[in-house]
Design a protein. Sequence first.
Length: 236
Amino acid sequence: MRCRRQREQHQGRRKAALARRSLALTLILGLGGCVQGGGLSPMGESLVTPWRASDTAARAEALPYASLAMTSEGNDALMVMAHRNGDNGRDTYWQAGDRATLHLRDGLPMTSAGFDATLLGQWREGTDAAGRYRLHAHWRDDDGAEHRATASVALECDAPGPVALPLTTLSLEPCTERLNWQTGEQTVNRLWRDPTSRRIWAGDITAWPDGQRLRWQVARPWWSDAEDIATAPPGP
């Protein structure tokens, strides 16, 4: 009975913590925090106010949560991390104020929702020593039709240089992906990564042939220095 009570108390504390986090994210995304009469509570006002700041960097500075500055389809947004899971937390899920969502795997777009067209899946495989691999894309267009395509990719990275991010400036490697799609199109993606940990800090990509451009920068990172040391790849 004592062990059962301890488990129940632990589960109760865990549920309470998750509930508090869920409430905070709900308030941040402008989905709640109201009091009778339609106004925001003091807590809701303090969390939602940063979204009214004049620019993305100001909003990111005001919020103590992992965040991305993202641009797509002519819209700018600050996206807040809502969830993280997978091996070593490799999968992260992000939401904007209008409920648009983005799923990153290893810092790269994997799926999306809430846009005119939807990324249903994108993944890389078969990386060799020369930085060549295949990229697979699965998407749904704005008419609801699904498509798949595969590209052969060549990756080249240059020497690190300073890159201005929303909340800091870092020395990052500029990398270029040159994609030759089986459909005949050729596209170019650009990524900026840490030269040691290989963490992706920014990207400017076309998710599929003739797709919309997706640009993002990490504003407030979701990983720790200890994680970078533990997961840094071997070699140059």
